[in-house]
Design a protein around this ligand. Structure first.
Ligand SMILES: [Zn+2]
Length: 67
């Protein structure tokens, strides 16, 4: 599962990795931008807390420091 966090209301939602990968595969846009979902609570943008894309790029939620 990939933990997604809403950038607006900070709601969290776990998305199955397979679903995120499918989204990634269908998206021919910018590979530096991870697949994103719309928040069901506020309609804001949900960003993965951590996700390594099919292109090998690691995405981390902005502002989260993993020390
Ligand atoms: Zn939200």
């Amino acid at each position: 599962m990939v933990n997604y966090v809403c950038l607006q209301c900070h709601d969290e939602e776990a998305i199955p990795l397979k679903v995120v990968r499918d989204m990634d595969m269908m998206d021919d846009g910018d590979p530096t931008v991870p697949p994103r979902f719309a928040c069901e609570t506020c309609g804001g943008e949900m960003y993965p807390e951590y996700y390594k894309s099919l292109h090998g790029i690691e995405h981390r939620l902005p502002g989260i420091s993993t020390t």
